[in-house]
Design a binder for this molecule. Structure first.
Ligand code: CAA
Length: 257
């Protein structure tokens, strides 16, 4: 019997509400949380009591603030590459290719791996306070969980280039304007609204929806993900990565050469 360390799973009316629960780190994705997610998606695939999955973050401040910077700050290139490759395989690809709908209820910060998790989900609904971005270059990194591939697909290449280069966050309203999220609702209404959408989905043909997901996903090209993983790993051997992650831990601005 598997016990979740950092996930709360509540199943009701064929909908699984999955809350990522590491509030002390703004629900950052550490090894345990990724293992929990991987395990959940394996179970949920064969669990007939689940027709739709909702992913959200605990608390009112953050969906997921990224991969856990403190956990990977001492990694070298090989470990960095493994981090991205394993994460993509065990979680992000699994989410995107999951044959039941996965909806991200973005309840606050969705940064780095957090936005990447929301983008791997089939669509996104955000609360008004949500802030979304890929700030990896401030750490001397690039997105490693599919962000360089999924962000341009969702918002266009030019906007994705600017967002990744500047590391700036989108407000919920701006994310709506550019198609990164489908709707923006009050924080207190978020889960109700997403459950309402999920309920509508449960009334449709699950076999048809399964085929729709597979067909929509078939338009993707896969090679970019491999290039992202290799580049992500290579950056762990650069001085900028040491400076970027050290600056984060020391709560100061990085001084890149
Ligand atoms: N990893 C580890 N810990 C994190 C974290 C992360 N990604 N994000 C936040 N935390 C921790 C903080 O260190 C802090 O812990 P302590 O109280 O022990 O110091 C706690 O969560 C609360 O965070 P802050 O005090 O920083 O809260 P804030 O309101 O001042 O700022 C924030 C919020 C803007 C989200 C800020 O926390 C932040 O910038 N976080 C990092 C965002 C980021 O760079 N994400 C990308 C990670 S790299 C990645 O995801 C790689 C990849 O693609 C695979």
């Amino acid at each position: 019997e598997y016990t979740y360390e950092n996930l709360i799973v509540e199943i009701e009316n064929k909908i699984a509400l999955v809350t990522l629960n590491r509030p002390q780190a703004l629900n950052a994705l550490n090894k345990n949380l990724l293992e929990d997610l991987s395990h959940f998606f394996d179970e949920a695939l064969v669990d007939d009591s689940i027709r739709v999955v909702i992913l959200t973050g605990s608390g009112e401040k953050s969906f997921v603030a990224g991969a856990d910077i403190k956990e990977f700050a001492s990694f070298d290139g090989k470990q960095g590459e493994q981090l991205a490759a394993k994460g993509q395989q065990d979680v992000f690809d699994k989410v995107e290719k999951f044959t039941k709908p996965v909806i991200a209820a973005v309840n606050g910060f969705a940064l780095g791996g957090g936005l990447e998790l929301a983008m791997a989900s089939h669509f996104r609904i955000a609360s008004k306070n949500a802030k979304l971005g890929l700030p990896e270059v401030t750490l001397g990194l690039i997105p490693g969980y599919g962000g360089t591939q999924r962000l341009p697909k969702l918002i266009g290449k030019g906007r994705a280039m600017q967002a990744i280069m500047t590391a700036e966050m989108f407000s919920a309203d701006r994310a709506y304007e550019i198609g990164l999220v489908n709707e923006v609702v009050e924080q207190t209404e978020l889960i109700n609204r997403v459950k309402e959408i999920a309920t509508k989905i449960t009334q449709n043909s699950s076999v048809a929806i399964r085929h729709a997901i597979t067909a929509i996903n078939a338009s993707d090209k896969e090679i970019g993900f491999d290039i992202e993983i290799k580049s992500f790993g290579n950056l762990f051997d650069e001085d900028d990565f040491k400076e970027g992650t050290t600056a984060f831990v020391e709560k100061r601005k990085p001084n890149f050469k």
